[in-house]
Ligand binder design. Structure first.
Ligand code: SAM
Length: 293
């Protein structure tokens, strides 16, 4: 049942924006959700319990934050826009388990802020309606962070969600799919139409659910080299893996021999395109290349 006091009803949102004289900044990706049903579904997808510690990126006026505050233990939210801080103090005043930090998520020390708010506690979940202009940098930042993030339930542009959850041999599959799925199991939860936001964005959105694997999907010798290799394989999607590898590593006889031996060892036909390789195959190739160097 929708609580009539929900921040995200169109009327209440309008009222809050008017009361605080707030105007949207397009450059900060400010598209606020005004549909309590969808917000409830996001929180449900995260399967929150009072034992969960939640990090939110970009609380806006608190529409999603209040659902998190109701369902989770503690909530730590990072909001870059200083103008929203007094708004959040107002709208989230009924909730004592929320801490809002006025910082850019890419600059903030999320590890020490989490320790301050959550203590030693693990089992961190990230739940957020991400600003679209920096969705990928934020996701990579969180994936690479030493923070123990078990689950992420995040809303983003549908096209980016498709890429993050794509399987091999599909148009959307690429180095981003591999970077995400190396660490996390990814699934598309549901689609959100553009009409659910104010102002309305030009694209539809999707909620993606990511769950951390106990160990990365493949056992690679050198992660940095593995990711470098996957990016190189998709540099020119229409070219063969062989051509993309020559572009990356050079065209000398020595390099060609190194590539040939390693591809053979990994059981990969050089005429295939990068998009046809599974993450496991990329791992095998990266390891063979390192061993034969
Ligand atoms: N959570 C709200 C909702 O669902 O209605 C707002 C989501 S809106 C798509 C994105 C929010 O992220 C905005 O409040 C924006 O100011 C904030 N934001 C943009 N860039 C940010 C950054 N680098 N760090 C933290 N917050 C950011």
């Amino acid at each position: 049942m929708t609580d009539y006091k929900d921040i995200a009803t169109p009327n209440r949102t309008r009222e809050i924006l008017k009361k605080h004289g707030f105007s949207f900044k397009k450059s900060l990706g400010q598209n606020f959700l005004t549909n309590p049903g969808i917000l409830g579904e996001i929180a449900e997808t995260a399967e929150l319990t009072k034992d969960d510690n939640v990090i939110e990126i970009g609380p806006g006026i608190g529409a999603l934050t209040e659902h998190l505050a109701r369902d989770a233990g503690k909530v730590l939210a990072f909001e870059i826009d200083q103008r929203l801080i007094p708004v959040l103090e107002d709208t989230l005043s009924p909730y004592e388990n929320v801490t809002v930090i006025n910082e850019d998520i890419l600059e903030a020390d999320i590890v020490s802020e989490s320790e301050k708010v959550f203590g030693e506690a693990k089992d961190i979940k990230v739940v957020a309606n991400l600003p679209y202009y920096i969705t990928t940098p934020i996701m990579i930042h969180l994936l690479m962070s030493p923070l123990d993030i078990k689950t992420m339930v995040v809303m983003m542009q549908k096209e980016v969600a498709d890429r993050m959850s794509a399987k091999p041999s599909t148009k959307a599959y690429g180095s981003l799919s591999i970077a995400v799925q190396y660490y996390m199991e990814a699934s598309l939860a549901f689609i959100v139409p553009r009409t659910a936001f104010v102002p309305q964005p030009n694209v539809d959105s999707a909620i993606i659910k990511l769950e951390k694997r106990d160990t990365p999907l493949v056992d690679v010798i050198d992660e940095e080299f593995f990711f470098d290799l996957t990016r190189s394989a998709f540099q020119q999607r229409r070219k063969t893996l062989w051509n993309n590898l020559l572009n990356r590593f050079g065209k000398s006889d020595e390099v060609k021999e190194w590539l040939e031996v390693s591809l053979q060892e990994a059981n990969i036909d050089p005429k295939r395109r990068g998009e046809s390789l599974s993450i496991e195959e990329f791992g095998a190739l990266a390891n063979a290349l390192i061993k034969n160097k």
